[in-house]
Ligand binder design. Structure first.
Ligand SMILES: Cc1cc2nc3c(=O)[nH]c(=O)nc-3n(C[C@H](O)[C@H](O)[C@H](O)COP(=O)(O)O)c2cc1C
Length: 182
């Protein structure tokens, strides 16, 4: 798949078939992530990779994060069902630079570019994925699970797997509303 097609046809997927994914493919997605633009070659990204064998442990960590209240139980059950079908999850951690606010902002942006590379690379291999910043998936109580190190923050996680259904493209705003030609 060429890059233009990958950009235009990638959609967020949350329903997966349960088909596993080779470690080599996950390795390639990480490598693609590291080609993302990053100012001063700061390479601020770190990756926590969860293969299929660890997805149940991730669901347990989500359980802990969401707590015993009914709303939490219901969200945890939904996430457990998603993870049961998924093949892997990758969290992107940013190395922080508190002394330099500009650099920290740039590094966050670079980590987001790395996440997009992972999603596009996955899609080019026929894998669906979605990006999550939900506290349910990356909240404080999951930091130990993701092995967040001191001086890092979790930027987000990508859940991926073979898509069980095709997702429709939804875009609302016409380009004429979005672009100002100077
Ligand atoms: C920074 C960021 C955070 C997101 N967080 C979530 C999330 O927590 N849960 C979720 O279901 N989707 C999340 N998404 C995915 C968006 O909801 C999704 O990209 C959007 O609906 C557009 O759909 P598409 O990806 O199919 O084009 C996030 C996307 C971004 C860029």
């Amino acid at each position: 798949m060429d890059v233009l097609t990958a950009i235009r046809t990638r959609r967020s997927h949350k329903l997966f078939t349960g088909q596993p994914v080779d470690r080599a493919l996950l390795q390639e997605l990480l490598e693609l992530a590291t080609w993302a633009p990053n100012h001063h070659y700061s390479e601020p990204w770190r990756f926590s990779v969860v293969g299929s064998a660890q997805l149940a442990a991730m669901a347990d960590a989500v359980d802990q994060q969401l707590g015993p209240q009914p709303a939490g139980r219901s969200q945890a059950a939904k996430i457990r069902a998603i993870l049961a079908g998924a093949a892997a999850a990758i969290a992107v951690r940013q190395v922080l630079n508190p002394a330099d606010a500009v650099r920290e902002r740039e590094d966050y942006a670079a980590c987001c570019c790395a996440m997009q590379n992972i999603q596009l690379g996955a899609w080019a291999h026929g894998l669906g994925s979605y990006w999550t910043t939900s506290p349910a998936m990356i909240g404080e109580k999951l930091h130990a699970f993701w092995q967040v190190q001191p001086g890092e923050q979790l930027v987000g996680a990508i859940i991926l797997g073979e898509p069980a259904i095709q997702m429709p493209a939804i875009r609302h705003k016409p380009l004429s509303e979005l672009a100002t030609w100077l």
